[in-house]
Design a protein around this ligand. Structure first.
Ligand SMILES: Cc1ncc(COP(=O)(O)O)c(C=O)c1O
Length: 395
């Protein structure tokens, strides 16, 4: 049996004619920069996330970069984030001239440890250094403890830039007007950043991204920034860039967005199936640690329904041998991420290589993403668990 980590073909073939029709309309219109397809998609995402504004940009990376730029973050500023994430999170901070400050992650959720966030903020304040923003990364499709981050952001007057690249549609409990409600990833911070990289739950046919916000003034500034900082045309108020979302991507994403909730649900069902099959396999939790759905530091049954499982990441001890074994048995898998950001060569000159974050480093050595995409069959999931089970039982 063959179980790829991700196979986009079954999903794409279902939309083939609709997509070709939308792209033909676009070609015939010759409106190749921004335009009605992008407007439509921005409105649909704003409605889906329950925010007032959505600004289509060229990628998730650029969504982060433009958020930082529009919030005037630059040289001399510190931005707090996690060392266990995709490179773009810290890469965008450094590209503005600001300095990333890392805190370790929680063992279970693999998201930033908010107790350590509180400690780091207090430490910097004491040293007279101001952390200006925090970037919580909702890793693998599960939100951070946003209530705690909200409390700290108020206490320390921080901008919150949610890196929701992997988490469009995920939810977390959040306080609004003294009432706690489940809110969508990206809608809780100063800005929220999405990626439409093809492997995301909502993926385009190339690169694309979005910034969402409830701050109308900031939204206006972001729109100017994505167009070289120009308003009106050829009069440059800011040094922005070309960060525009391509209407080709918007045309495809408009077609896919109405199906997103069903795909999230199919991924949750696959996560349930893995959970049950691993329990039945007799492998102990210590041999294979499954990813729990966690909110506010507590395991909550309801939390499961708010995780979008962009990735299903297990922890195992002899990870590299298991990975080789899975690949030899035609099962796709991937290491997200083999090296933490503070350990990256390109950050050596910032002195980040000397830091240590034990949980993040241990996770980088033990984590392995298994196939979780919506169209997987029960037999395929069964095969994955059988092959893993045989590996540990034989060894
Ligand atoms: C956590 C995180 N942040 C940012 C990005 C950057 O998104 P993009 O690839 O669209 O630039 C990604 C993409 O994989 C990501 O996973």
């Amino acid at each position: 049996m063959n179980v790829p980590l991700l196979d986009l073909k079954p999903q794409m073939s279902g939309f083939r004619s609709e997509i070709i029709e939308a792209l033909t309309e676009l070609v015939d219109s010759t409106g190749f920069i921004l335009g009605p397809k992008v407007d439509e998609f921005e409105q649909a995402v704003a409605q889906y996330c329950n925010v007032s504004s959505a600004i289509g940009v060229s990628s998730g990376t650029d969504a982060l970069l433009i958020s930082l730029m529009a919030l005037d973050i630059g040289p001399g500023d510190f931005v707090l984030t996690t060392p266990y994430t995709f490179f773009a999170t810290a890469g965008s901070i450094v590209r503005t001239g600001a300095t990333p400050v890392f805190v370790d992650i929680e063992y279970d959720s693999m998201n930033m440890d908010t107790e350590q966030v509180a400690e780091k903020l207090a430490l910097y304040r004491k040293a007279g250094k101001r952390i200006k923003a925090i970037i919580p990364v909702h890793l693998f499709g599960q939100c951070n403890n946003m209530q705690q981050i909200q409390r700290l952001a108020e206490e320390y007057d921080l901008f919150v830039i949610e890196d929701a690249a992997q988490a469009i549609g995920a939810e977390a409990p959040f306080r609004t007007n003294n009432e706690t409600q489940w809110k969508k990833a990206g809608s809780m911070g100063t800005t929220g950043c999405f990626s439409f990289f093809p492997s995301k739950n909502l993926g385009g046919i190339g690169d694309g991204g979005m910034v969402v916000t409830n701050d109308e003034k900031l939204a206006e500034k972001l729109r100017i920034f994505r167009n070289h900082g120009s308003a009106p045309k050829y009069y440059h108020k800011y040094i922005g860039g070309n960060f525009r979302l391509d209407p080709v991507q918007a045309a495809v994403l408009n077609i896919k967005l109405p199906h997103l909730e069903n795909w999230h649900q199919a991924r949750r069902t696959n996560a349930d199936t893995y959970h049950n099959l691993f329990k039945q396999s007799g492998l102990s939790d210590k041999t294979v640690t499954l990813p729990p759905a966690i909110y506010g530091g507590e395991n909550d049954n309801a939390a499961h329904n708010h995780h979008i499982y962009n990735q299903y990441v297990i922890r195992i001890k002899n990870r590299d041998s298991l990975r080789d074994h899975l690949l030899a048995n035609n099962i796709g898998c991937e290491i997200y991420y083999p090296l933490c950001l503070h350990q990256q060569k390109c950050f050596e000159n910032l002195g980040l290589n000397d830091l240590t974050f034990p949980i993040a480093e241990q996770t980088a050595a033990q984590s392995l993403a298994l196939p979780i995409f919506p169209e997987l069959t029960h037999e395929q999931l069964q095969y994955v668990v059988e092959v893993i089970s045989d590996f540990y039982k034989a060894g």
